[in-house]
Design a protein around this ligand. Structure first.
Ligand SMILES: NC(=O)c1ccc[n+]([C@@H]2O[C@H](COP(=O)([O-])OP(=O)(O)OC[C@H]3O[C@@H](n4cnc5c(N)ncnc54)[C@H](O)[C@@H]3O)[C@@H](O)[C@H]2O)c1
Length: 273
């Protein structure tokens, strides 16, 4: 159902790989709420993914850009503004990749080249996007930036390895850039810390089912689905959240503030019998 929350707004959405991607749902919902959108993803991912289907569905051009390349991001922001005929109101950073995770490296045996690549792709890319946008003065006043994070930024989780550090850096960049862009352009920058979600990136993590089921059992509302994450992102792009900035916002069904749930307590009782 549309409330036209984003009527007249234009934005860039990164990270839609297939219909499981969180960014895919955000793009669909932003379109439904009246926004015009430019889609972007890494050139390689665009060949593998199904992004063209989404582009046709929501009538959005695709501008490929490797999010680690300042040059390609510069082209992305220039061309997006050319397409819209003006500045941008919102940006979704929905990008994560760790070759260490892909190759099943344990935390004690990380490849440092991969580690640097993880930080570059999954965290510094947010800084690069915002630095390019700042230099081009690409944001309208009261614009909004959302990047997707995970609670492993605050707490240790098995097998999330170097992505935990990447998320901590990502959240820190959001605060620092939120301060800068808020002051300069009244643009807000937040991270949304999402429940485990069955996407390509999510299910690529060893032991993902354990993450997912544990969070499901611990969260009073259950794990937040990708569609609900998209709804939350829309609210953050809308004018209803103008003074929310520099926050890491938990979108996790109550997981992060639960000590133990009844379901887990029952399981532990049984285990102790
Ligand atoms: N799935 C989960 O459990 C979960 C939970 C919390 C946060 N997140 C975060 O949500 C975001 C989106 O992930 P998703 O779960 O929708 O999975 P996804 O695999 O659908 O999306 C990840 C995207 O990152 C893109 N990407 C990778 N390298 C890139 C590069 N160099 N340049 C540009 N784009 C690149 C991929 O092409 C892909 O579209 C990520 O930041 C992820 O860490 C996911």
């Amino acid at each position: 159902m549309s409330n036209n929350l984003l009527a007249g707004k234009v934005g860039i959405i990164s990270g839609a790989l297939n219909d499981k991607s969180i960014a895919w749902k955000v793009a669909q919902k932003a379109h439904e709420q009246g926004a015009r959108i430019v889609l972007t993803n890494a050139p390689l991912a665009m060949r593998m993914g199904e992004i063209k289907t989404l582009a046709a569905e929501i009538d959005a051009p695709i501008i490929p850009a490797d999010a680690t390349s300042v040059e390609e991001l510069d082209k992305l922001f220039t061309e997006a503004q050319g397409h819209f005929g003006g500045k941008i109101d919102f940006l979704l950073h929905s990008i994560g990749m760790s070759a260490n995770i892909r190759k099943g490296k344990s935390y004690g045996d990380l490849d440092y080249k991969f580690f640097q690549q993880t930080l570059d792709v999954s965290a510094l890319s947010l800084h690069k996007m915002l630095a390019v946008a700042e230099k081009q003065d690409a944001f309208n006043e009261w614009g909004s930036v959302v990047a997707l994070s995970y609670i492993a930024a605050q707490r240790a989780f098995l097998d999330y390895t170097d992505m935990a550090q990447a998320k901590a850096v990502l959240e820190s960049i959001a605060r620092s850039y939120g301060q800068r862009l808020g002051h300069q352009r009244k643009v807000r920058v937040n991270t949304v810390s999402q429940s485990p979600t069955k996407t390509t990136a999510g299910t690529g993590i060893a032991g993902f089912n354990a993450f997912y089921e544990y969070a499901q059992k611990m969260s009073p509302l259950g794990n937040a689905p990708a569609e609900s994450c998209a709804d939350y992102c829309i609210s953050l792009f809308s004018d209803l959240t103008r003074y929310v900035t520099m926050q890491n916002l938990m979108h996790d069904g109550g997981f992060s503030t639960t000590g133990i749930s009844q379901e887990m307590a029952d399981l532990m009782e049984k285990a102790g019998e």
